[in-house]
Design a protein around this ligand. Sequence first.
Ligand code: RTP
Ligand code: MG
Length: 156
Amino acid sequence: RKRFEVDRQRTFAMIKPDAYRNIGKIIDAIYANGFRISKLKMSKFNADSSNDFYGEHKGKPFFPTLQSFITSDVVVGMELVADNAIDKWRQFIGPTNTQKAKQDAPGSIRALFGTDGTQNAVHGSDSCISMKRETGYWFGGDAKARAMKTTAQLNN
Ligand code: RTP
Ligand code: MG
């Protein structure tokens, strides 16, 4: 296919609290695998904003564990651009569970930088609708997202 016919797409990616210290390696891997970073912002979830961002999982048995993990330290949200970015990024990060990622996708980001079933290094939008919601939440005008800590406040 000609270059201009390819489906250039955006996705929302996030480096989670267990992996932000590996931000350099993860960003190297992002560029080495054909993604570009169009936006990037470090922040920190609180109970309120994590309820909003992970609202689809409220009530599930793993939600309390997910919430305490995701609010435990800073995260780095990114808008990535690539051909078929949404599927490409999900493929690249590997299965949700880090142990499964190590078995089935040993070169994946979760295999390399994840910890367990909850602490799995990175997030990726699972659809175009999720991408728009998550990118809008992280970078856009949502009042609760605006109230989240900015980088300058993170260590205070
Ligand atoms: P993500 O949304 O973070 O990209 O992950 P995902 O689509 O692969 O998985 P999802 O089902 O959306 O779950 C969101 C996050 O919740 C935590 N989780 N823990 N212990 C468990 O059984 C369990 N299941 C999910 C993980 O942090 C997962 O990424
Ligand atoms: Mg998900």
